[in-house]
Design a protein around this ligand. Structure first.
Ligand SMILES: C[S@@+](CC[C@H](N)C(=O)[O-])C[C@H]1O[C@@H](n2cnc3c(N)ncnc32)[C@H](O)[C@@H]1O
Length: 312
């Protein structure tokens, strides 16, 4: 399939495709997860769907992954499992970098009007996959990175290496946060969440958004950056919500062209008992905590949904 170059009979060399899958590249970590971990959880999916306890629950602790590990005598959801395991946590954050490279997530740096704002909070920032390049491209921004304490320790190391000038200028601060329990820092222009809401079922997703809503001032914005699942039916109003749709005879959701969003939806189910959402589902989540959708930025593989405070 052209994944390697056959330089002579039975002798293969790397090419541009195989190089990005190398175990030492960020994308390689994502490939490792998708080929080694996810299939293990997928193998138990049917069992989890007919299990009394697991099939009826939306909790993260009842994800197929948890059932798979329970059989091996291990406990805990994904975040608990990587909390005290530096190696696993690093692998996860490298995989997130790989995912960003593969899905072109950095398009957000070019499409949102960052010039017009002055402060950004990266909620669930990981190691700063989004906020480090943001600081480099827009040095006028004041950035707050928020995540669990152990993740922020790692993040600071990455900033020191990749964007030391932002640290020296005091343009970035690190503030630990458990977004299920507390509000982020108050009164900032933008609260940015990439691949956060899709990790959680509706109850927790609402808690996270409600906590952010508490910290917002009247003109603050929430940016949800995730995949959005498109419908396959052309209903009234179809195509007017800011998302691109494919012309006939293609399926309106671009069919296999958007398979990664559906694969991600499955991965979220397997790992976190959560899901990717349609735009209507995201709008409803926002509305349930007093947020209204203002604009959608279609970034091809991922979408950026800009929410503001709803007028009551
Ligand atoms: C899928 S990663 C996304 C990371 C980053 N936003 C990116 O796009 O690369 C989810 C992040 O949420 C963080 N997280 C999980 N539970 C959390 C909690 N209760 N409070 C704060 N952050 C949490 C994880 O540590 C992780 O960095």
């Amino acid at each position: 399939m052209g994944c390697f170059k056959e330089v002579k009979r039975d002798v293969f060399a790397n090419n541009r495709l195989s190089l990005i899958l190398k175990s030492t590249s960020n994308t390689g970590y994502l490939a490792k997860f998708q080929t080694q971990s996810a299939p293990k959880y997928a193998g138990i999916l049917y069992e989890s769907m007919i299990d009394e306890e697991f099939s009826r629950s939306n909790e993260i602790d009842k994800a197929p992954r948890v059932l798979a590990f329970r059989k091996d005598g291990m406990k805990g959801n994904y975040w608990e499992a990587i909390k005290d395991n530096d190696e696993k946590r690093e692998e996860f954050h490298r995989a997130m970098l790989g995912q960003n490279e593969m899905t072109g997530g950095s398009a957000v740096l070019h499409h949102y009007p960052w010039d017009n704002i002055s402060s950004v909070v990266d909620i669930g920032c990981g190691i700063g996959t989004f906020s480090t390049p943001l600081a480099k491209m827009f040095p006028h921004l004041r950035i707050t990175d928020q995540d669990l304490p152990e993740v922020l320790v790692e993040a600071q190391g990455v900033w020191k290496k990749n964007a030391p000038e932002a640290l020296l200028d005091g343009r970035v601060e690190f503030v630990p946060l458990n977004f299920l329990e507390d509000a982020p820092v108050v009164g900032k222009d933008v609260y940015y969440l990439r691949h956060i809401i899709h990790d959680w079922h509706d109850h927790e997703a609402m808690t996270i958004l409600r906590n952010i809503r508490k910290a917002m001032r009247p003109n603050s914005r929430v940016l949800i950056h995730d995949c959005v699942l498109l419908r396959t039916v052309r209903e009234p109003g179809f195509g007017t919500d800011g998302l691109s749709t494919a012309p006939e005879p293609l399926l309106p959701n671009f069919g296999a062209g958007t398979h990664r969003a559906y694969q991600m939806d499955m991965t979220m189910w397997l790992v976190h008992n959560s899901k990717e959402r349609t735009l209507d589902e995201l709008k409803n989540l926002g509305a349930s905590v007093g947020l209204v959708l203002i604009q959608v930025y279609d970034l091809a593989e991922t979408m950026l949904m800009e929410f503001g405070i709803a007028q009551s």
